[in-house]
Design a protein. Sequence first.
Length: 431
Amino acid sequence: MIEALLGFIGVFALSLMRVPLAFAMAISGTVGLGLMRGWEPAWASLEQVVQETGFAYTLSVVPLFVLMGNFVSRAGLAQELFYAAHTLIGHVRGGLAHATVLACAGFGAICGSSIATAATMSRVAYPSMKKLGYSDSMSTAVIATGGTLGIMIPPSTILVIYGIVTETNIGHLFAAGVLPGLLSASLLMVAITIMTWLDPEHAPAGEKVSWTERWAALRGIWGVLLLALLVLGGIYGGVFTATEGAGVGATGAFLFAVARKRLSLRDLYSVLVDSARTTSMLFMLLMAATIFANFINFTPMPFMLKDWIMDLGLTPIWIVVAMMAVYVLMGTVMEELTMVLLTIPLFFPIVTSLGFDPVWFGVLIVMVVQIGLVSPPVGMNLFVIHGLLPEVSLGSIFRGVWPLVLAMVVTLGLLIFFPQISLLLPSFIDT
């Protein structure tokens, strides 16, 4: 137990010294293994993790989905989604906010990244809301929280990483994310309705457009629907694996961008470099988390923690509630992906030993990551939006986001106590 605690202290101490978190976890894990098992086994374990991670076929899905998301952004599909949603409901009070949530959900189905979704919608939706007279706090809060839908609605980078780390079927995880993603979007829209009812000046109504214009806008989103159907339909239909689906999606997004003349050689270079940087960051975190997890699993901490939790006398479902509360609190002060990778070695064995479905737990993990991404003071989406919209103060962004964070917490509660929301669609998949 003491060894594991010293390992965690080492990670946080190195992080405070501005050592990148991936290196902090790798150093603490390697040193811990070296001191406990000997340096030769520690170096052998380090070498094995790096080699297996670098050459793992299943991990190739990560850069492919990242590449797909970047091509989708370049192809301008987000603008078409927002415009279509705008023509349908933009004329009601708060309509542009609702349209932004719907566009984020649609974009998430072909992107898989929360930050990319929030960044794209900052450029697409914010100018329209600003022009109509929406308050900055409302506009940025909707974009930030709507952007988190990109990691729940498949394809999702976080679900892929969770599936790889825990050896859970990625196809089942993707299916499990559909209904929770739609539920999350719906409750965000309910929260927006309440906010606009309490303070109508937050979000004025827009102009109503003709049905001719609406049908034209809906016809314009065929590219989004085709790409989502191609990737997800192929995976669920057993035509290809998740990795092959990611390759098909990246190729399709590339062809869309080329066909629309949105991809010059300079843009292509930028997309490839950005995708390589993101992939490198994710792989470094994965390798470091695996090294650190190997060290933690060698200590008695996982077994002692399990025994301690069992001795609390809580029912299994309330043990999960307690875990989720810890995650939500940690998400307010810690980067979300790192938080998940650090804690999965501790919590996942407990959850499976209690008899819970790892697919359901994966959806809960993504939900707490969504909450963490928009929870002050370190919510990543909030800082991404502030960086793209420097004229909006962080104070305004923080004030506006809390009602929508509450809606996401309600979603988390529903997913905990009604597991069938997550497990219904995976039950129809045989593989």
